[in-house]
Design a binder for this molecule. Structure first.
Ligand code: AP5
Length: 189
């Protein structure tokens, strides 16, 4: 199964991505996790991107594509992927689709986890002690970037006929069941 998760910061992409990956037996590829691993390890790439993460701005496309692309291709060899946090701009989506079609690894379903900003904010503030980009100021910036640059992807994926909208407000178990029910028909096409 090849799934992309879209949603606001705090919508539950990471929470559901881990569970979906275990359920479908494929890797969970999180662009944010991959970037934070580089920052924590103090790599050259980590030093280049840490300012973007700390501000809540998007890291340049070529940097993200390189690390996500490698992880996705490794995942495809095991049967698929759950991709969380990438793409998040129209240009990333167009680039990703072009490369994925060439390699015959295009996403089968794109799940949008629909969560109001107020709930996303509450969740991010609840996690503020463990993630440095969950301060009120940075969370607002991440939400603004989401609305400006990521929300337009909904029309793009809807036009491709692979978008599933799922209410992300319910308890995590219920959201998980709703996602599985939403994506299975795409895999059977
Ligand atoms: P990234 O890590 O992708 O951050 P994000 O999109 O802001 O998402 P979060 O991880 O904050 O939230 P989530 O939706 O995964 O929710 P989670 O499950 O964690 O990106 C971080 C940064 O990296 C970006 O700002 C950017 O700088 C850079 N970056 C990443 N991708 C990039 C790209 N493609 N291009 C350029 N730059 C990129 O849940 C949040 C909290 O809510 C948790 O505490 C969780 O326990 C709780 N929760 C989850 N679900 C529920 C539920 N159903 N009920 C109650 N609580 C819940």
């Amino acid at each position: 199964m090849r799934i992309v998760l879209l949603g606001a910061p705090g919508s539950g992409k990471g929470t559901q991505g881990r569970r979906l990956a275990a359920h479908f037996g494929v890797p969970h590829v999180s662009s944010g996790d991959l970037l934070r691993e580089h920052v924590a390890a103090g790599t050259e790439l980590g030093r280049q991107v840490s300012g973007y993460l700390d501000r809540g701005d998007l890291v340049p496309d070529d940097v993200v594509l390189a690390i996500v692309g490698e992880a996705v291709m490794a995942g495809v060899a095991t049967g698929g992927y759950v991709l969380d946090g990438y793409p998040r701009t129209l240009s990333q989506a167009v680039d990703a689709h072009r490369l994925a079609v060439t390699a015959d690894v295009a996403a089968e379903a794109v799940v949008y986890l629909d969560v109001p900003d107020a709930i996303a904010r509450d969740r991010l503030m609840g996690r503020a002690e463990s993630r440095s980009d969950d301060t009120a100021v940075v969370a607002e910036r991440r939400l603004a970037v989401f609305h400006d640059l990521t929300v337009p992807l909904l029309d793009y994926y809807e036009a491709r006929g692979i978008l599933a909208r799922v209410d992300g407000v319910a308890a995590a178990d219920e959201v998980f069941d709703a996602i599985v029910a939403a994506v299975v028909p795409f895999a059977r096409r």
